[in-house]
Structure formats: structure tokens, C-alpha cells
Design a protein around this ligand. Structure first.
Ligand code: ARG
Length: 458
């Protein structure tokens, strides 16, 4: 390949070291798509003949079909996917194949391939995430009245509903979707025509190739065009945040299906057993999602560090962007494939959730609020309610189990309507405030996300 400048053969060790075909072969459809657009533009500009262009297109489509059929062995005799395709094309069509690379470099070629690939992968992650959000949404709708304890510091705090929790995650995933949209929008510019670094002297039409490949516009600076990997970092960052959300949700599920909580049970198809302990049913999926989150963070870190010291323009270090980004993308897709059916098939134990909410004085705030609404300053009411909780713990009873005389012993403002005020469903329902756990409020949250989904599914 380097014939001309080089007298000796490349050492085979160097060949192997240099070669990226083992991992960049997945870019072949994009490389061919880019070459078809490039040669189309070259012929339109009169840089190559119409006949050569036709031969190139036919040859490339043949190579594509062979690769789709798994007939091509991607061995390290080819340095990378770009060389591989060009070589196979030339074997197929002869001299016309050698004209394809006119006015182009592998530097703008690989920059283009990666952008085409990333655009596609953003779309496929996006549609998986839309589906997961739909699943979360129907889970919320189903459990809009399912009372459970809300926690802070993992201590029972105030009563909420399972729907309220689901909608918290729905909002996180909605932001993840918007982040993906923004990343797509910002990176949707075409680097083709940047050449090795300084474009070319051929009268190429960069607007035309950008349009043929459905990019918003060509990249504005050729040095930047070949060396920008911001979008890889940005996508890895979006994916890290998305994984962080999946990981937090997984952590909840792990806790919820423990014997200590028993709020849910995973379906047998989405849980695993132990090789020694016959009674075990383990939430491995969730643990793996949590574990793989670290892996995706690692991919982001690796991209950041790879790029940090690089002078303009292309440096071979940039070949290292691929495995990290591919790994992050593959990992996220696997997680998003397995989480939705796990949620769709799990059983929710409403009674256990309610029972947990009934113990732990989750209505102590409501008890204090009752006195406050009757005129007592909140701080005084807070103290009285706290004293009552301490007394109840001693007496081994809940606030609801106190007699009206016992209530009145703590303050004369207490009357029989206290029972209604500290009733759990009432505590939830009275939180009608925007964003709160009351049925009306959660229904509004569901509608908002539903509208968002509709606007994105159009
Ligand atoms: N395999 C290379 C990569 O992934 C392609 C670009 C190589 N360009 C070069 N001048 N060595 O980055």
C-alpha cells in the first residue's frame, strides 16, 4: 500500500499492531455508503468519468452484498476497513477502483464513517429508550393508587405511590432522550472533503456530499473536520448518564425484591438461581446493569484521556476511539433490551408496600401539619408529633392506633378528624401539589410524558 516511498515491507508485528480491522469492520456499510456519495460527487464535478462512477457503484454494491453474506474474512492483511473495501473493489473492477480515493484521505473517510455509524446508533438507542419509557409509563398508570413508603437516607420518610417512583425515572429517561437528540443535532455535519487535513485542490462539492449523506451541512474547518471526536465523547457521556439512571433503578429493584422489602418479585424468566442454595432467586440482570454502568463510565474516561493531548489534526491515537465507543453503545443496547421485559413481567406486591408504609410513622409530618393547620406554629407541632412518635415506639403502636384521649393528652387541639388526617391514602391524596404523589398530580405527570412520547413517535 505504501509502495513508492517505502523500500522494505512492513514488519508483520507492526502490521498486526497497526491493524484496526478486527474492530472497525463493523463500519463497512457506512464506509461503502460514504464512498458511493463521494464517487457520485466526483463524477458530477467531472473529476472522474460517468463510466468509472457506474463501475464503482456496482463494485461497491457487490462488496457490500458479500460482506452482508459474511463472505469476507476481515483478517489483518488489511490494515483497516477502508483499505479492505478499496482493495476488494479494485480486485473487482480494476482501474476504476483506484480512482475512488481521488480527493479523499482515510482521515476524512474514517471521520465520516464514524459519524454515519454514530448517527445510526443514536437512533437505535433512542428507539429502545422510547420503548422502555412506554413500559415505565404503563407501570405507573397501573399503580397510580399503589401506596408505598417514600425514602430519604433509605429510611421510611413519607407515603408515596409506586406510580410516583416510576414517574421519577420516566422524567430521567425523558431527559436522556433529549440529550441524545441534542448530541445528534450538534454532530450532524459532514467531514467528508476535509481530506487528510487541508482539503484538496480538486473542485469537489462538499455541500453535495453532505446533502447526499443527509447531513445538515459540511464541517466548517477541515482540520477540525478530521480531528473532531467531540460527538464520541458526548455520546459516551449521554450514555453514562443514561446508564447511571438504569443503575439507580436497578439498585431499587435489587432492594425491592429482597426478603427484607418483598415489594416485587421478578418473573422466573428474568431472574437466576444459585448453584448451591436451592432457595435463591437472584436479580442478576439488575446487578449486571449496575456493574456495566462502571464499564460505560470507563469508556467515557478512556475517550477523554485519549483525546486530551492530541495536536491537530489526525493522529493515529484516534483509532483508539472505536473500541471504547463501540463497547459503550453495545453495552447500553443490551441493557435496554433486557430491562423493559423484566419490568413488564415482574409482580408488584401491593400489600407488602402498603404494610411497609403503615409502619415507620410515615404520617408523622401529617400529624404535625394537622396541628399547624389548627393554628399551632409548625416548629411546636413538629416537636409534639416527635414526642408522640417516641411514645408510640415505647407503647409498640402506630399513630393511627392511639385513642382520641391519648391524642388529647399530647395537645388539646386534637379531635377525631385526626384519624382522617393521618390516614395513609389521605396523606398521599392531599399532596396534590404540582409534581407530588397525589393521584391527580401523578396523572398529570403521566400525561406530560405521554405527550412527549407522542411528539417523538410521529
Ligand atoms: N484506521 C484508522 C482509524 O481508525 C483510519 C485512518 C487512518 N489514517 C491514517 N492516516 N493512518 O483512525
Amino acid at each position: 500500500m505504501w509502495a513508492g516511498r517505502f523500500a522494505a515491507e512492513t514488519d508483520s508485528l507492526v502490521n498486526d499492531f497497526n491493524s484496526s480491522i478486527a474492530f472497525d469492520s463493523r463500519l463497512y456499510p457506512y464506509d461503502i455508503q460514504g464512498s458511493i456519495a463521494h464517487s457520485q460527487m466526483l463524477s458530477e464535478q467531472g473529476i472522474i468519468s460517468e463510466t468509472d462512477k457506474t463501475a464503482i457503484h456496482q463494485g461497491l454494491n457487490k462488496v457490500l452484498a458479500e460482506m452482508n453474506d459474511g463472505k469476507v474474512a476481515f483478517t489483518s492483511q488489511y490494515e483497516d476497513i477502508h483499505m479492505c473495501i478499496e482493495q476488494l473493489l479494485t480486485e473487482e473492477i480494476g482501474d476504476a477502483g483506484k480512482r475512488l480515493h481521488t480527493g479523499r484521505s482515510r482521515n476524512d473517510q474514517v471521520a465520516l464513517d464514524m459519524r454515519l455509524y454514530v448517527r445510526d446508533e443514536i437512533k437505535s438507542i433512542y428507539s429502545r429508550l422510547l420503548h422502555f419509557l412506554e413500559v415505565i409509563l404503563s407501570c405507573a398508570q397501573e399503580h397510580i393508587e399503589t401506596i408505598m413508603p417514600g425514602y430519604t437516607h433509605l429510611q421510611r420518610a413519607q407515603p408515596i405511590t409506586f406510580a410516583h417512583v416510576m414517574m421519577a425515572y420516566a422524567n430521567m429517561f425523558k431527559r436522556d432522550l433529549i440529550r441524545l437528540e441534542n448530541t445528534y443535532e450538534l454532530m450532524n455535519e459532514c467531514p467528508l472533503g476535509s481530506g487528510a487535513l487541508a482539503t484538496t485542490t480538486y473542485p469537489i462539492d462538499r455541500e453535495r456530499t453532505a446533502a447526499l449523506l443527509d447531513f445538515r451541512k459540511p464541517c466548517d474547518n477541515s482540520l477540525d473536520g478530521v480531528s473532531d471526536r467531540d460527538y464520541c465523547i458526548e455520546l459516551a457521556s449521554d450514555l453514562s448518564i443514561l446508564m447511571m439512571h438504569c443503575s439507580r433503578l436497578s439498585e431499587e429493584v435489587i432492594a425491592w425484591c429482597s426478603w427484607e422489602f418483598k415489594f416485587i418479585e421478578l418473573s422466573d424468566a428474568y431472574a437466576t438461581g444459585s448453584s448451591i442454595m436451592p432457595q435463591k432467586k437472584n436479580p442478576d440482570i439488575c446487578e449486571l446493569v449496575r456493574g456495566k454502568t462502571g464499564r460505560v463510565y470507563g469508556d467515557l474516561q478512556s475517550l477523554l484521556v485519549t483525546l486530551k493531548g492530541l495536536p491537530l489534526a489526525y493522529n493515529k491515537d484516534m483509532q483508539e476511539d472505536k473500541e471504547a465507543l463501540f463497547d459503550a453503545i453495545d453495552t447500553v443496547k443490551m441493557c435496554l433490551d433486557v430491562l423493559p421485559p423484566m419490568f413488564e413481567t415482574m409482580s408488584v406486591y401491593k400489600e407488602n408496600m402498603l404494610h411497609a408504609a403503615q409502619n415507620g410513622f410515615l404520617n408523622a409530618t401529617d400529624c404535625a401539619d394537622y396541628l399547624t393547620k389548627k393554628g399551632l406554629p409548625f416548629r411546636d407541632a413538629y416537636k409534639i408529633s416527635g414526642t408522640m412518635v417516641a411514645w408510640c415506639i415505647e407503647q409498640k403502636k402506630t399513630l393511627n392506633e392511639m385513642t382520641i384521649e391519648e391524642f388529647k393528652n399530647f395537645h388539646s387541639l386534637f379531635d377525631t378528624d385526626i384519624y382522617q388526617a393521618i390516614d395513609l391514602s389521605n396523606c398521599v391524596e392531599s399532596r396534590k401539589v404540582y409534581g407530588g404523589p397525589g393521584k391527580e398530580s401523578v396523572q398529570k405527570q403521566i400525561e406530560q410524558i405521554r405527550k412527549f412520547l407522542e411528539s417523538r413517535n410521529e
